[in-house]
Design a protein around this ligand. Structure first.
Ligand SMILES: [Zn+2]
Length: 135
């Protein structure tokens, strides 16, 4: 009987040391993941300056049947962006004076997407450990 009690205490000691060890590693890992996530979140700036889609230039014909464009002298080239919306590609006219800004905003859109993907990846790691926030 005494031997069994000693064995139970001994097993508890082993079990607690092991659990304690795992928890210590997880705490350090969780802190690291949260630090990385915080750094990424701080890089999320200029959230208004986003423009998805690809920018391109093209010549066009207008609706006027008597216009020079109908005789081969088409208008442009002008900038457009092509955007996938609900599975269909749509095109939007970009005024010439905004084309540089649109390029910057496209870069920013990709940058923000990349940051969000990295944050989501960290969140999946935290979820695997069993937490997301500070619960
Ligand atoms: Zn025309």
């Amino acid at each position: 009987m005494l031997d069994i009690q000693i064995l139970i205490v001994y097993l508890n000691v082993i079990y607690n040391v092991k659990i304690g060890g795992i928890m210590k590693i997880d705490k350090r890992k969780i802190a690291g993941l949260k630090r990385r996530r915080k750094n990424l979140v701080e890089k999320l700036v200029n959230l208004h300056a986003v423009m998805p889609g690809s920018l391109y230039k093209r010549f066009t014909e207008c609706g006027n049947a008597n216009c020079r464009c109908k005789k081969g002298q088409r208008h442009g080239p002008h900038y457009y962006i092509a955007v996938m919306m609900e599975g269909r590609q749509r095109q939007f006219y970009v005024p010439d004076h905004l084309s540089d800004k649109v390029k910057q905003w496209q870069d920013n859109y990709k940058h923000i997407q990349d940051l969000l993907h990295q944050i989501a990846s960290i969140n999946r790691e935290l979820m695997r450990i069993g937490i997301l926030d500070d619960e």
